[in-house]
Unconditional design. Structure first.
Length: 423
């Protein structure tokens, strides 16, 4: 099915845009939205998603094609800003100006210190905040909040100004149906306890709009794709800005949550070659590639360091194994020596026990003999003394008998004492 379309033509001399005569063209769901709040940010190629990571502008052809065909040519290009009449005088004016750009790239404020100081003196939103939130509510594809977060990075020396802007951005995000209807995403923005990971947040974002109720909403396919893309990049920037994650972590999150899915839709090598050679915005692609290349180089460096450490540890392990073998040999020798000494000790103990048994037996026999002899001697001596006592008890005591008997007993005892001393 075809439809008539008009091609925007830009004049190099005046910068004005005019539309060509209607020409037949193929209808695509990427081109079916002409809403100023959403479709101007829906870009059809995967390279455009990289442009949004770095905030690079779309080409003049893409910007012109997404504007309202019925608007004047001068309005399509956007009024020239920075003049005395339309220069923002306060933070509220700047936010209104940013949303008026409808997702187009904002001017760099790095070299505009005076302008930032002027905003810092008028940073309170006050009564204009509800009005600005109403303007932000019309940004159905969330094309502006991420740009305002980048602007807040230029306000590092003005904490009150920066906090006021980030506070407004946070409210603008949370009032969007994507975050309002999914508590997990709101918890991620609020950085509450048990908040989901960035990958989980991106998964929830990609699933938004897949239900029948969401499909019946006013969002076109192009608006929904732009919302998915802008919200995913907003989550990545929020992760970097509010949680201090490294650029490598952010790139890895984007690859896993957004780019990998887009790459999976490309089939054969021909389509892949066509995709990588059809890049019009070089800066975002080069930035992402540089991040991954640096990450790969760091991983390679760490791998080399790990390999060197592994080699050193293996050498240390080999040395320890050799030392272990040496100690094991020494231990085996000591065990053998211990067993030998234990065996010899047991043999000596057995011999000593046997010898002691013999000695004990001999001593027991000698003791028995001495005892028997002493008993016999004592019995004999007692008999001699009794005979002598009987002689003394007679009416006519015979003293000589007692003396004789006593002398015999004394001589026998002396002989026994001498014999015992000799033994």
């Amino acid at each position: 099915m075809t439809k008539q379309k008009r091609i925007p033509i830009t004049s190099k001399a005046t910068g004005e845009v005019r539309l060509s005569e209607p020409v037949p063209g193929r209808k695509s769901w990427r081109q079916d939205s002409a809403k100023p709040d959403g479709a101007s940010n829906a870009e059809p190629t995967s390279t455009s998603t990289l442009a949004e990571l770095t905030g690079e502008p779309s080409s003049a052809r893409e910007q012109g094609a997404d504007e309202n065909d019925s608007a004047p040519a001068k309005a399509k290009r956007g009024e020239k800003t920075g003049t005395k009449q339309d220069k923002p005088e306060s933070l509220a004016d700047y936010i209104e100006y940013a949303y008026g750009r409808k997702g187009q790239k904002l001017a760099d404020l790095k070299e505009k210190a005076g302008f930032i100081r002027n905003l810092a003196t008028n940073f309170r939103l006050g009564e204009r905040e509800p009005e600005l939130l109403g303007v932000a509510e019309k940004d159905v594809t969330l094309a502006v909040p991420r740009q305002l977060v980048f602007v807040s990075r230029e306000f590092q020396g003005y904490p009150s100004l920066r906090n006021e802007l980030l506070g407004f951005v946070k409210k603008a995000i949370l009032q969007h149906p994507l975050f309002r209807e999914q508590p997990a995403l709101a918890l991620f923005i609020n950085q509450g306890d048990f908040s989901p990971s960035a990958l989980e947040a991106m998964r929830l974002i990609q699933e938004f709009g897949t239900t029948k109720e969401a499909q019946d909403s006013d969002l076109s396919r192009a608006d929904l794709d732009a919302l998915h893309r802008n919200a995913s990049y907003l989550v990545a920037v929020w992760l970097r800005e509010m949680r201090g994650r490294s650029l490598h972590d952010v790139a890895e999150m984007l690859f896993q949550g957004v780019w990998k899915k887009a790459a999976a839709s490309i089939g054969d090598d021909t389509d892949k070659l066509r995709a990588i050679t059809d890049v019009s915005e070089l800066a975002p692609v080069a930035t992402a590639c540089a991040v991954f290349q640096q990450q790969a180089e760091e991983q390679t460096k760490r791998a080399h360091q790990s390999a060197a450490e592994t080699h050193q540890l293996r050498q240390e392990r080999d040395g320890l194994l050799a030392e272990k073998e040496s100690l094991s040999a020494e231990l085996s020798a000591l065990k053998a020596l211990r067993e030998k000494e234990r065996s010899e000790t047991q043999e000596r103990l057995a011999k000593l026990e046997s010898s002691q048994d013999v000695k004990v037996t001999h001593l027991r026999d000698d003791n028995q003999q001495v005892r028997h002899r002493l008993v016999k001697r004592l019995v004999s001596d007692v008999e001699q003394l009794e005979i002598g006592l009987s002689a003394l008890r007679n009416p006519n005591p015979r003293v000589e008998v007692m003396i004789q008997r006593a002398e015999r007993v004394v001589d026998a005892l002396r002989a026994e004492i001498a014999k015992l001393r000799e033994e």
